[in-house]
Design a protein around this ligand. Structure first.
Ligand code: NA7
Length: 542
């Protein structure tokens, strides 16, 4: 620590907790920690609350977990809030955050437009000194990272990208003022959730849409439904039980429960009926809610894939499109990349204004001032959309200059792979606690649910430290090595390692290939409870 920083920091106010990020996790932490009497603030890079729903404001951006499972269980928040759709869009989610803000009076403790560029641990005082891009430093006893899994957008190093003369945006950097795609020629690279959603909207208004697909997207029907306020209000008495259920059953996982049998052990008739029911129900029901072994047994997985494939091909008029979008043989096991939820994604390719370019047949060679060139030819457009995803989970942390105890940098601590204990804390990074981060069930549990289940653990932990006069908590190296082995072992019992997904860190060139998430949320909650009950086993407290 430089003397200047030290001198400045020592005269400043010291917070009990500084939270980075005002998405679901951050605002829940703020609310709960304030209730417990901690002095706490949020630093948020965006101009308002919402986290992912602030940044991802491209047309069609919407959540893939349904409400009311995708909302806070805080009574004063839900009692007079109703949604217009089962899977709300980004604009309605922003309105929800404004409602949460009003109800819980959050903004007074949130500093917006404040990007945390780094933080260093002051061992003498057991405090973090947090640096923001406005050149200021803030001291805090605990630093709580609530940055979400998608704080670092990924833009591939396409040759010539800077030469494009039209309008070009990554989906997570969409202009806050909006961008009209009407009567424009639009090119979209990427067919993950973002690419699928923006393509559906562009197809309706653009004069020409070209979708560049590298890997077929095993998108599932959303079965979106409008919701009316009266019906929602009449169901409110059941909400407390519904929210309690999130913590005690496998429904934590997006509110879907699978049949305990194997897809292989039932008759074809029964299997088709269960698949069809899940399909009609929509959302992630067909992903996690059919048979127990879909994501662990290759043969069962193939049965699900074939059902998906046949349903999808039936919607496409052209045999070539059928093979490009829903190939006879799966490119990876079904569901090992997060399936996007679609409304009319496959149907748009039957339209005359929509083209698909299969990048496996003809890779992108360069971006040009007027469009892009693949090995098969040139494509021109006015708007280029980069729906190319994120350096998921760990990218949120590695983009910040974190310096822990003994001057250890995060890159050093993670040089042999990600190391955390319970996904909450990193060795050599004392008093830094993470929510919705790596090596927890982040990707298999929705935002608000995880914000509360993990968030309560963190609040209890900080209260315990205060009650026991501890000023420092740190994950042990031994516990973190054991946790990394546990995460890897859990993944080995599934088919997830078989796809080049962001779950596996395999969407970013050069990123270490390792499962980044805990795949069994229920077991995870029990493991966290057990650690807390044992006085925070796996952590050094002092
Ligand atoms: P995703 O799901 O990571 O999708 C990114 C897409 O971009 C995917 O189709 C990629 O193809 C494609 N991509 C990435 N790099 C390239 C290059 N170099 N060339 C061509 N295509 C490329 O990100 P999203 O933003 O859609 O969704 C992220 C999550 O947010 C989502 O899962 C939901 O949870 C919400 P690939 O499949 O790697 O071949």
């Amino acid at each position: 620590m430089s003397e200047a920083v030290s001198a400045h920091a020592q005269t400043a106010e010291v917070l009990d907790a500084l939270i980075i990020g005002a998405g679901f996790s951050g605002v829940y932490q703020l609310h709960r920690l304030r209730e417990k009497g901690f002095s706490v603030k949020i630093f948020e890079a965006g101009a308002s609350l919402g986290g992912i729903w602030y940044w991802n404001c491209y047309p069609g951006a919407r959540v893939d977990s349904h409400v009311p499972n995708y909302e806070f269980s805080i009574k004063e928040v839900w009692e007079d809030w109703t949604w217009s759709e089962r899977y709300p869009g980004w604009d309605e989610l922003r309105q929800y955050f404004a409602h949460v803000d009003k109800k819980l009076d959050l903004s007074r403790d949130i500093q917006f437009n404040t990007w945390v560029s780094g933080a260093e641990f002051d061992e003498r005082n057991n405090q973090w000194i947090v640096h923001t891009t406005d050149g200021k430093q803030t001291r805090t006893r605990f630093l709580i990272a609530c940055m979400g899994f998608a704080a670092k957008p990924y833009i591939p190093e396409f040759k010539g990208l800077e030469s494009f003369a039209g309008t070009c945006h990554h989906t997570a950097h969409w202009p806050q003022a909006g961008l009209d795609m009407s009567d424009k020629r639009v090119g979209i690279i990427g067919t993950g959730a973002s690419g699928v959603q923006v393509a559906q909207e562009a197809a309706a208004v653009a004069s020409q849409l070209t979708v560049f697909q590298r890997t077929p997207q095993m998108a599932l029907p959303m079965q979106q439904r409008k919701l009316d306020a009266e019906t929602q209000q009449s169901r409110k008495p059941s909400y407390p039980a519904l929210f309690r259920q999130r913590a005690v059953s496998s429904s934590t996982l997006f509110d879907v429960v699978a049949d305990e049998r194997s897809a292989k052990e039932v008759s074809e008739e029964v299997r088709e009926a269960i698949f069809e029911a899940a399909w009609q129900k929509g959302g992630f029901q067909f992903w996690f809610g059919t048979f127990s072994d879909i994501l662990s047994d290759e043969e069962s997985n193939l049965l699900a894939y074939e059902f998906w494939r046949d349903k999808t091909r039936a919607r496409l008029n052209d045999p070539r499109l059928q093979e490009q979008l829903a190939p006879m043989k799966p490119v990876h096991p079904f569901g090992t990349k997060r399936p996007s939820l679609e409304q009319n994604f496959f149907d748009i390719f039957n339209q005359t204004n929509v083209d698909l370019v299969d990048l496996r047949e003809s890779p992108i060679q360069r971006i040009t001032p007027t469009g892009l060139e693949t090995s098969a030819g040139a494509h021109e457009f006015d708007i280029l959309v980069l729906a190319t995803g994120f350096d998921a989970s760990t990218g949120s942390f590695t983009q910040i200059n974190l310096i822990g105890s003994g001057g250890k940098r995060l890159g050093d601590v993670w040089s042999d792979g990600v190391r955390t204990h319970l996904g909450y804390a990193i060795p050599h990074m004392p008093n830094l606690l993470m929510l919705y981060g790596p090596q927890s069930p982040t990707a298999f549990c929705n935002g608000p649910t995880c914000a509360e289940l993990q968030g309560d653990w963190v609040v209890e932990c900080l209260s315990y430290l205060r009650d026991h006069n501890h000023t420092r908590i740190e994950a042990t190296e031994e516990a973190a090595a054991g946790w990394a082995a546990h995460i890897a072992e859990l993944a080995e019992g599934t088919l997830f390692p078989r796809a080049n997904s962001w779950y596996m860190g395999a969407n970013i060139p050069g990123k270490r290939r390792e499962m980044l998430f805990h795949t069994a949320p229920q077991a995870y909650l029990e493991e966290c409870e057990a650690s807390a009950a044992a006085g925070y086993a796996g952590f050094d407290l002092s």
